[in-house]
Structure formats: structure tokens, C-alpha cells
Design a protein around this ligand. Structure first.
Ligand code: AHR
Length: 512
């Protein structure tokens, strides 16, 4: 084996091995995406996934997790050759602490591994994604996707076999139509090797999101586009030439891009759970007078994930698997890859009952102080406040007052609250006031966004201690949310009503 499965000692390797022996189940018999690309004469030069092997014979690590408690790492492998990720090994290694995904390994023999991206022309060092933020099922197994919440991304600037100059290539990625934004740029593919914008044609990457670079963009998106540098292209004229393509909001979306490097590119997407791919554009690369520099292309051969070529890192998105090829894959090859993806049966984790503090459950949090029991924690202008919300409230108010329970970003025995209508944004405190902010991956943010449930301070309900200020609890005061101690120098620390103000009824969500 070319890489050790664990870097923390034999006991963990053995633990993983035992679970493989007792629970391993094959993927459906037959070739996997990179076997299919190879049969079509366009072999994979990079293959990345946190969920499964992309070669039938692959038996190495898929990704590496690093835990916060002691910075040790563990490589997460497959349950058996060609199988699914051994997520149980991650769960036991990361119990009572938190983990990030420190490496996404390349499953080809080329070692085009992805690590957190360095600073670039735009944006500083990127953070790794939390390892357990996106629990899903694939092949009936519990596995994890990679959820990017902003200022997160991966890169490999020193690759082998990836197209350069005007060489042809293809690629696919499975992403989500439920976690996206219009930040630049949720990409997977070929980019500059120096983290800078080196000009038109220096990138060739799949983009998926709602950043409409060229008009028209039809409907609300998100759309698959080609990030060819200095532009996200839906066609050779930039904007969409396909009035019926209004975006793809499936929870699992297959996206493809192929580009022969001289005068042709094609974009497709489809529902990764079933059906085929739809061609959104197939034709010429952009040429003057519209734009110069793309025909021929000037590919550099770095690989990016979750960011733009110059490291623009304000996008959010989900990634489950993807690969890049040498040569332009045929439509038949891409159809066969899509059929294999659909056979995986990507799906959500086992349903979580709404209104509970279990990870994945959507809840609303109702105040319990007498006279305020019709008020719920909601965000408004990025502040966390309480408002009266009733069945007659607007959809916006109901969405603002609904939260998805996540395992605590800094301690997975506590919880974090992700906004129902602003995916990737969480309740966090700052100077003792509470806000809704995008998760930036920093240790401070993770801690500020982690709350530990405790017995109610008054009556029935739950109180939530701030993880990094354990004597302070989520409290409403003048209808604004703070973390408050029971007596202290701030007006919101007053002992009057403290017990009731810090007690919340965990309720069924206004927006499920
Ligand atoms: O092409 C869109 C983006 O523009 C690229 O990803 C980035 O390098 C530049 O800011």
C-alpha cells in the first residue's frame, strides 16, 4: 500500500480493519467512474472523493482527518477495494473533539492530493472543511461529504498529468443544489499554479453556484458554468443560450465540463440520484471580438476545489466526488459515469426528527420567560434577536426563526445552530452579543458558535452554555440575544429573570 492508513498508531488501524471485516459491503459490481473513463480512452489523472473509491480496485485512503484535541491525523480508507469510506473510523477518532479534512487524496497513482489552499491574489490561507458537517448515505452506508462554508478550499499547484496549455481534458464533480451562493467561486478543476489571476484562458474548471458573470442567467440557479478565468461561462458568448436552463436545485448534482483546449467546450449537469445528463452548452470556446485568450487555452495544470483560480474564497458549496481526465471524454463515457453515480444512491442521513437537538434536526427556539413565550430566536440584519412568530408570519420570518442543529463546530458533544435560510451561516457570539455569520473555519469562530445544552435554569426547557465562556448562557434581553452570566457588569447580565431568559423551549421548526 502506498500510504499508511493511519498516522496515529496501530491500534486505530486495527480498529478500522476490524470494522472493515465485519461490515464491508461492495459497491455495485462493475466499473467505477475512473474505470469507465479509462475504457473510453480518457483516463483519470486525478480522482477525489470523501465518500467512495472511484476505481474498482482502489484500496487506499480517501482523505485524512486531523483532530483538534491533539493535532493527530488519521487516513480514512475504504471498507474494501472499490468500496465506500470507512466513516466509522472517523467517528471514533473524532469522538469528544472535532476534526477537519486535512487532505483529500488523489486515487490515481499520480498523487495529485488536495490540501488547504495557500493565500492568493484574492483571499488568505484557506481553512479545511469540518470533517463531519455533511453526513450523507451512499450505497446505503453512512459517509461524509465535504461542506464548504466560506474561506475554505483546497489546492495542488504541483500536479502530474493534468492538462497544460491547449491540451484537452474533461472532468466531473458531484455537488449540491441546496448549499450554494453567489460568492466567487465554488470550482473544481484546472487553475493557475501560482494562486494568481494570470489572465483569460488560464483556468478550466467546473463552477457551480449563482454568480451570474455574464447575462443572461435564467431563473434562480445554481448553474453549472465553466470558469475559464476572468469569467464564468455558460456558453461561448458568456451568458446562457439555453432559455430552459433555470438552474439545478437537486440535493446531489452531477456537473461535467470538457474542453479540447483549442475550439470546443461542453457543459452538462444532471440529478446525481437518477436520470441522465443534460447538455447546457456544447460548442466553440469564446473568441474575439467577445473575448480573447480562450482559444487556444493557456491551462496551467493546478487543481482547485471550492475556490477561484486566484484563491477567491467567498463561495460555499458541497463536494462528494470528482475526477479529471486526460483527453475529452465522449458523451457515451460521460453518460456511463452518470449512470454509475446514480447507482450509488446518494441520500440524506437517516431522517432526524424535527424539533430535537439531534444533529440534522431543524428546530425553532422559543423564549420561556413569562410574557415573552411567543418570541423565537431569529436573525434580522445579521443580528440574533427574538421576535413574535406565529403561523400567520411571513415565510421570511419563519425561515429566519428556524435553525438546523449541527454537531458543535468546536466540540461535537455540544451543538451549533446553522441558519435554515442562510446555509453555511451560524449563530455565534462576539463581544457577548450573538449574530448570524458565515462560518469562516477559524478556531475562534468554531468556539464562538458552539453551545452546550444543559438542564433548564427555570421550569421546562434547555439552557445553552457558550462553549468558550461556560458560565455564560444564550439569553434574550431587550429582545436581543447575548451570552449572559448570572450577574455581571453588563446590563444583559442582570440576575433579574436570568434563569427564565436563559431557558429555551426546543420546538418544531417554523420552516421544516
Ligand atoms: O473567472 C472567475 C474568477 O475570476 C476566477 O476563478 C478568479 O481567478 C478570478 O477572480
Amino acid at each position: 500500500m502506498r500510504r499508511a492508513l493511519a498516522s496515529v498508531g496501530a491500534a486505530l488501524v486495527l480498529t478500522g480493519g476490524t470494522m472493515v471485516a465485519s461490515t464491508g459491503v461492495s459497491q455495485a459490481a462493475g466499473p467505477l467512474p475512473c474505470d469507465i473513463y479509462a475504457s473510453g480512452g480518457t483516463p483519470c489523472v486525478a480522482a477525489h472523493s470523501t465518500t467512495r473509491a472511484l476505481f474498482q480496485n482502489y484500496n487506499g485512503p480517501l482523505y485524512q482527518v486531523r483532530r483538534a484535541s491533539n493535532n493527530q491525523t488519521l487516513n480514512i480508507g475504504v471498507l474494501e477495494a472499490g468500496g465506500y469510506a470507512n466513516a466509522a473510523a472517523q467517528d471514533s477518532f473524532c469522538a469528544n473533539t472535532t476534526c477537519v479534512i486535512s487532505i483529500i487524496f488523489d486515487q490515481t497513482t499520480r498523487h495529485n492530493d488536495l490540501t488547504p489552499a495557500p493565500p492568493g491574489g484574492v483571499g488568505g490561507q484557506d481553512n479545511p472543511v469540518p470533517a463531519d458537517a455533511l453526513p450523507v448515505t451512499a450505497g446505503g452506508r453512512n459517509v461524509y461529504g465535504a461542506e464548504f462554508s466560506g474561506v475554505m478550499g483546497y489546492r495542488d499547484n504541483s500536479t502530474s498529468g493534468v492538462a497544460t496549455g491547449s491540451q484537452p481534458e474533461g472532468m466531473y464533480a458531484v455537488m449540491s443544489g441546496t448549499h450554494f451562493n453567489s460568492g466567487c467561486c465554488f470550482d473544481y478543476g484546472n487553475a493557475e499554479t501560482n494562486n494568481l489571476d494570470n489572465g483569460n484562458g488560464h483556468m478550466d474548471a467546473i463552477y457551480f453556484g449563482t454568480l451570474c458573470w455574464f447575462s443572461p442567467c435564467n431563473g434562480g440557479g445554481p448553474w453549472v458554468m465553466a470558469d475559464l478565468e476572468n469569467g464564468l461561462f455558460q456558453s461561448n458568448t458568456g451568458g446562457s443560450q439555453n432559455a430552459s436552463y433555470t438552474g439545478n436545485r437537486n440535493p446531489y448534482v452531477t456537473t461535467t465540463l470538457k474542453n479540447n483546449g483549442t475550439n470546443f467546450f461542453a457543459l452538462k449537469d444532471g440529478n446525481a440520484q437518477s436520470g441522465g445528463l443534460a447538455t447546457r452548452f456544447s460548442g466553440a470556446l469564446p473568441v474575439p471580438p467577445f473575448r480573447s485568450g480562450y482559444s487556444p487555452m493557456h491551462k496551467e495544470g493546478a487543481i482547485i476545489l471550492g475556490i477561484g483560480g486566484d484563491n477567491s474564497n467567498s463561495a460555499i458549496g458541497n463536494f462528494f466526488e470528482g475526477a479529471m481526465t486526460a483527453g475529452v471524454p465522449s458523451d457515451a463515457t460521460e453518460n456511463a459515469v452518470q449512470a454509475n453515480i446514480a447507482s450509488v444512491g446518494y441520500g440524506g442521513p437517516s431522517p432526524v426528527a424535527p424539533g430535537t437537538l439531534n444533529s440534522g434536526s431543524t428546530i425553532s427556539l422559543r423564549a420561556t420567560t413569562s410574557g415573552f413565550t411567543d418570541r423565537y430566536i431569529r436573525h434580522q440584519n445579521n443580528n440574533a434577536v427574538t421576535s413574535v412568530i406565529t403561523s400567520g408570519s411571513s415565510a421570511v420570518d419563519k425561515g429566519d426563526g428556524s435553525w438546523i442543529v449541527r454537531r458543535g463546530l468546536a466540540n461535537n458533544s455540544c451543538v451549533s445552530f446553522e441558519s435554515r435560510n442562510f446555509p453555511g451561516e451560524f449563530l455565534r457570539h462576539q463581544n457577548f452579543q450573538v449574530f448570524r455569520q458565515p462560518m469562516n473555519g477559524s478556531t475562534l469562530f468554531r468556539q464562538d458558535a458552539t453551545f452546550c445544552p444543559q438542564a433548564a435554569h427555570a421550569g421546562t426547557g434547555t439552557s445553552f452554555a457558550a462553549m468558550n465562556f461556560p458560565t455564560r448562557f444564550l439569553r434574550h434581553f431587550n429582545n436581543t440575544l447575548f451570552i449572559a452570566s448570572n450577574g455581571g457588569s453588563n446590563n444583559f447580565d442582570t440576575t433579574t429573570n436570568w434563569a427564565a431568559d436563559t431557558t429555551w423551549a426546543v420546538s418544531t421548526p417554523w420552516t421544516p
